[in-house]
Ligand binder design. Structure first.
Ligand SMILES: Nc1ncnc2c1ncn2[C@@H]1O[C@H](COP(=O)(O)OP(=O)(O)OP(=O)(O)O)[C@@H](O)[C@H]1O
Length: 258
């Protein structure tokens, strides 16, 4: 990987009242790469994603992001307003539950158009055209543009959430279990769609998943978490085909046995 990392977190530790969620985590993400964070439930994956995306301040640690102009942002010291601005422009977030990333009482087209308007787009006709185009890209019939997300299936809602997120071409997207809870066949289609869009737009992704198959399909690199620590990291094929840590070996063998 030639380019320098544009997201860099080090020494991130956080303790909740009854548990250690993160314990000295270090992670680097380069432009255009997909990094999967895998591990069993409670290992700290979602907490790490919230810290990286500036939604939560950990007890200790440092998170730096370098934007497209080369300006460095100290995410944990930034004001909420600055993080919100990054989230609107350079970043995107795809939630496990589509309702967290969509406005359910706004039409499909409105959901996509809103993000464009938040970035200064004003021309109604062009916004609607882009919304139509993005509905097509996520394989939703553009004739549904004025329908509300609550009339969509779970898989469609998730595809709409992805369209809303990607319409502004973010450089970095955080995804928290984007396919969990969907039917297996719907999951496979959605993963394939994410893979194609991410490659086409050359977006970097930090993907939290407990699904090793999803990590294999999408990720260039994998971090394996256990009890708040990164116990192994490396290129996807290396980690999954030749796991070094006993916990990774267990994780991989349990998938093969399933
Ligand atoms: N808001 C909170 N208050 C108290 N404890 C929390 C909170 N959020 C997370 N935890 C605890 O921190 C630890 C890490 O949780 P986290 O949700 O980050 O794990 P995870 O790997 O994402 O799990 P899952 O796959 O089940 O979402 C767990 O022990 C969890 O119970």
């Amino acid at each position: 990987m030639n380019e320098q990392p544009f997201l860099l977190a080090s020494g991130v530790s956080h303790r909740f009242a009854t548990s250690v969620a993160l314990d000295g985590v270090h992670i680097e993400v380069h432009p255009g790469e997909v990094v999967a964070i895998v591990g069993e439930s409670g290992s700290g994956k979602s907490t790490l994603l919230r810290v990286l995306s500036g939604q939560m301040s950990p007890d200790r640690g440092d998170v730096q992001y370098i934007d497209h102009t080369g300006c460095r942002h100290d995410i944990l010291q930034s004001r909420e307003r600055q993080v919100r601005s990054l989230m609107r422009t350079e970043w995107g977030f795809v939630y496990q539950h589509a309702a967290d990333g969509l406005r359910m009482n706004v039409s499909a087209g409105g959901n996509i158009g809103e993000r464009l308007m938040a970035n200064g787009h004003q021309h109604y006709g062009r916004i609607r055209e882009q919304a139509m185009d993005w509905l097509r890209q996520v394989e939703i019939d553009p004739a549904r543009i004025d329908d509300f997300p609550k009339t969509f299936s779970g898989g469609m809602q998730q595809r709409l959430q992805i369209a809303r997120c990607l319409v502004t071409h973010p450089r970095l997207v955080f995804m928290d279990e984007p396919t969990t809870g969907l039917d297996v066949s719907v999951q496979a289609k959605l993963l394939d769609l994410i893979r194609r869009l991410v490659a086409k737009l050359r977006i970097a992704v930090v993907l939290v998943t407990h699904d090793i198959a999803a990590a294999r399909l999408l990720a260039n690199r994998i971090l394996v978490m256990r009890n708040g620590q990164v116990v192994e990291h490396g290129l996807t094929d290396r980690v999954l085909d030749d796991p070094q840590h006993p916990y990774t070996q267990l994780l991989v063998s349990s998938v093969l046995a399933a």
